[in-house]
Design a protein around this ligand. Sequence first.
Ligand code: PSV
Ligand code: MN
Length: 426
Amino acid sequence: MFITDKIQELNEKSATSHAFHFEHISQLLTRRGIDIQSIIDKIIAFQIAIPSWALGTGGTRFGRFPGGGEPRSLEEKIEDVGLLHQLNRSSGSISLHIPWDIPKDPTALKSHLQAYGLAIDSVNSNTFQDQPDQTLSYKFGSLCHTDAGVRQQAIDHNIACIEHGKALDSRVLTVWLADGSNFPGQQHFRRAWQRTADSLSEIYRALPQDWAMLIEYKPYEPNFYSMVVPDWGTSYTLCASLGTKAQVLVDLGHHLPNTNIEQIVARLMHFGRLGGFHFNGSMYGDDDLTTGSIKPYQFFLIFNELVDAMTDPAVKNPPLAWMIDASHNTKDPLEDLLQSVQNILTTYAKALLVDRATLGDAQQNNDALAAEELLRDIFATDTRALVAEAARQSGGAIDPIGVYRNLKIREKLIEKRGKKNIATGL
Ligand code: PSV
Ligand code: MN
């Protein structure tokens, strides 16, 4: 579905109200000596990948309630991301989970992507489920398994993912391991780490020079006693044992309550090892809620650290792969993704406004109140008009969700695809 003309028509209706809000923030920032256009350009340049597995309605282990119009194929998933990108101009790539989304004809798929101005982001391996045609089971782990045959099967799968990615010009393999144990004594911790490191090094050998391997961590689930890669420290040790193409991936939902994620991000960037980011919102654990919906202040503090390191020439961290990793149980998945992207961009914009010299002085002088107030002041600044202006300037919608609803896109997708189909994915 191509809707660019309609977006322009509807933008005209929002123009007066947008001009009013944009004028307000422009005056505020001018008084602070901030170059508004340079902030807008940075917002325009910020692209967040959409995962192919989050375009349908997710389920829980208790049930699944599809909302209708879900994509029936990888091509239709690309069309959905194409819709998002036309609306916000910030969702220019799609990540694939293999084997949920195996590209059958890479050449045709590439031209389909091109038609929507999209690229492939990461390829993500899946050794957390058994597939019908699979010889050996991952019930007791994959890359860490005690049986060399299972490990080899998991290694081969990851290498096959790299091959799929190469055919589509991806440059990132993301590895998340569900490996671990449910009972004390079940697994030998040191040997499990070593087997994992050895298996990863086999995969690393197959990684092209210009690729990155991102290693994600998670404290619990599906294993509830121990996970082989439960935290950023373990991820870091694995990356360090592999080489510089291996980087840690932070998924916001993969932390125990009250973990200081902003400090983790700062540490990893200080050591040049933060490679990727999965955005979502979390109340208790890996809840996969809308980004920024539960703890917006912490989300801002995380972005503050990211931007601090990204703008410090002394920090030698590679560019990050940004992606949303969420599941949509209550809302329309496309609306939820639009909302997440808006929250990400408005929060990123806030972090860009932080006066780092003044903050640095306050920190140097141990003036806790001044430092904290500076951050709180920026957190309270409404940056929505900056994000709307960035979308407007790049041909997107001033109000992406408003346009989505006005054009009755979900209704049209249901008409075309039906009410009951279920997309592959979570
Ligand atoms: C695991 O919880 C995770 O965050 C990993 O990124 C997976 O690839 C994704 O969710 C989908 O299951
Ligand atoms: Mn994730």
